[in-house]
Design a protein around this ligand. Sequence first.
Ligand code: AMP
Length: 488
Amino acid sequence: MGIPGEAIAEIGRELREECGVFAVWSPESTRQGGRVIRGLNILQHRGQDACGIVLLGDEHVCSVKNTGKVEDIPRDKVEEIAAFIGRTGSGHVRYGTVETDDPAKAAGPNLGKARDGRFFYLNHNGTIVSQPREWAPALTDSARLAETFGLQWRENERLPDMVRRVLQSVIGGFALTLVTRDEMIGVVDPNNLRPLILGQLPENKGFVLASESPALEIVGARIVHRLDAGEMVHVTSSGRINREIIFPETKHLECSFESIYFARPDAMLNGNSAQMRRYKMGELLASQAPVDADIVVGVPDSGIPAAQGYAYVSGIRLMNGLVRNRYGGDRSFIQPSDDERVSAVRRKLLADPSVVDGKRLIVVDDSIVRGNTSREIVEMFREAGAIEVHGRISSPTVTNPCYYGIATGDRDQLMASDMTVDEMRVALDMDTLVFLSHQNLNAAIGTTHCGACFGGEYPTKLPIPCGVVRSSPVAVTDESKVFENQRG
Ligand code: AMP
């Protein structure tokens, strides 16, 4: 199904990451539903539009797709899921980049069926930017992948052989899980742009794949391995683990936005947690851009660890100048127009005058994308009596759209794409404004990462026309229409 041009433009206004994925395999049939629900619940920050669960028994399949969060799944369905017996299960939480009347329809896992009746369920986090023109049409790139995998699955071909073969013609940033009744596969793109972690349940009870490590922890699994760039992990029906790099050229370029904003604070990212990286970003920012002020205020939630690091190095006390509404304020990015989104910032956060009145503030946030959040926060601080507001941002300026799963929208919606930092400072009504340098970002992350959104180079070819076609819906291209995107 095609998506009209207007819908594509609308999608670009949203700033959303795509999804969280979870899959489980056990050597024997057992109740898997509780594990999948718990795992998805821990990944909920990765998507709240819709969720889906599928459990595969010897003869039956139990599945649900629901609009909203995992906790919104109807009680009777939860009971059915909890009681279902099978060896494998899979679940998906989704932030949509394809607008649909019924978000549940676009949630994974997606069914893929071979012509001979064999089938699997596929979960997908990320974005397919290019795939062959002859691929099956579908609502989302995830559904398209599942259908195409199924159609291209040859008789007598092993599941991993099909996955390896078909993925060779796919370009993008992706983490996929596939489950059949007795096998499980996890695979990531050749640049490792989207995360996938393999875990092991205790007492040989099986294996788990998840987007973030806390989802393993909640089901009692220990981390075995974060998949390497281009790696496929295959858990066979007998529980053997086969690991293989399936792409000829690979490079470790994990997404910097996972470290900066997206991942849960306690998610382990190659050796340290997201929040320790954010803390380090704050420490480095304080050395890079000191300023005389009375208090440091972090923007909840992902700005807080960086604010703590900034406060520690600067010696300026950290105060809770912004109070977060714990109920219902978390969907500020799901507003149809900019005006509504701006007021949504206040629904989520309010300045506390008793903390900020008469003070010179250093406000630490993780990023400025369109600038709506910062603009609104500074306005609130000024209304609450702040006498100076110094913006300190724990990432570099976001100048380029992401095509790999952090759907930041068109270039012209990115504040830094056509403004200098000083112009941004003026537009945001700040006294000073400094972004973390690229060098300090590199030092805080400590491993090679993708910085395409910070004006870095895109690690893959991109579809024409760049900046118009984005993430889902799928850009249908043939090789002749794909080109190397230039810098900036
Ligand atoms: P903006 O208001 O457009 O400048 O967005 C920046 C704010 O949104 C920051 O406070 C971030 O914490 C948050 N943010 C950054 N990236 C994302 C994303 N992918 N989805 C939702 N919020 C984000």
